[in-house]
Design a protein around this ligand. Sequence first.
Ligand code: SF4
Length: 438
Amino acid sequence: MRSLRCLRTATTRYTPQYLLVRFSAWPEHAGVRSPRRTFVVLKKKAQPFSHRTSLYARSRATMKYLSEFRNGRLARSLAADIRRRTRERWTIMEICGGQTHSIIRNGIDQLLPSEIELIHGPGCPVCVTPLEVIDRALAIAATPGVMFCSFGDMLRVPGTSGDLFTVKGRGGDVRVVYSPLDAVRLAQQHPNREVVFFGIGFETTAPANAMAVYQARRLGLKNFSMLVSHVLVPPAIEAILNSPASRVQAFLAAGHVCSVMGYWQYPPLAKKYGVPIVITGFEPLDILEGIRRAVIQLELRRAEVENAYARVVTYHGNQPAQKMLAEVFEVTDRAWRGIGVIPRSGWKLRADYRQFDAGARFQMQSITTAEPRLCRSGEVLQGTLKPHQCEAFGKQCTPRTPLGATMVSAEGACAAYYHYGRFAELSPSRPQDRASTT
Ligand code: SF4
């Protein structure tokens, strides 16, 4: 805790006013390609660089925002603190697939005492998009004259007959874009084509999608539409807690969702269901601190909402983004893959923007599809089954031959278990199963 307090002091003492933006790469873990990272070199306020500002002083003033939160020594001390405080068995669910990958990649679950079980939640946008929505996307993309735009992670998600790559291979115009506004630009540039954007995801991606629809209306575009399948986190938490099979005693809420929406929706949930909810980031120290705070609450029989990601999240969140969402979308019942319909758990376009609804424009609402019987991704998404407990895991179902979205998605729990070799339950008591977070 003392170490984290130091980090907090450091983040407030230095201000990102200027100075030098550098690109560097640093190794993460064996077998994982090191991405190039951007980091900003900062200096202390009112202490300008001078001829006396040596390399040493610069290195002291460097803030990288990532490596500090991957420090192995601090991670081990946080894990030791968690071990010290744990008296009973507790089950904690991390909501977000990004957190799941960080936990498995860094072996965080193996640093914890055996009394603490981490189970993985439904926070992977690709995974929870129902098969029938994928099939509608495939049907629209295969329609002559359509330019179908999507983020890259949806292209390999299998529908009943192939994926968006299959449609592209058969001559369909399927394009990867990096922003929904790119799709709006394409609609401007190609007035004779129907440009459709695949708008999926949680509260994190929804504001940009809302902005794209808003811009399309402002520009008077008649050839732009969006296939909307947006989902919301708080109703999913409530659905999990209402399930008789649920074993969740505390939640690590997704920090990036809360950066947009704030966390004012969570106190009523914590109070109603008696569960601690800790807003948590994605780096190893963020996650360990989230777990530590959840364990303290559980041991003290408290059920409150705590913000362990204060460098990003505020109580009220991003107000302009919320305003844009309220302008374009309204809450609706939404089907989640493998889970079913959760009341008031998604967004649809408001009546004023209904002309941009691709589902209605291409009359695809009638397409309904059953999930494959072999795939148990619904149980994985609700935390009642670990990926390696699925009979098809690593056999019929691999990232090259995925049966369900939780294996194909970069944030899916099945993909995380496969990529990091979790083919069986590991025992924290076995030295060879223990990970070291460096
Ligand atoms: S391993 Fe494959 S078949 Fe099993 S739940 Fe995961 S995605 Fe579905």
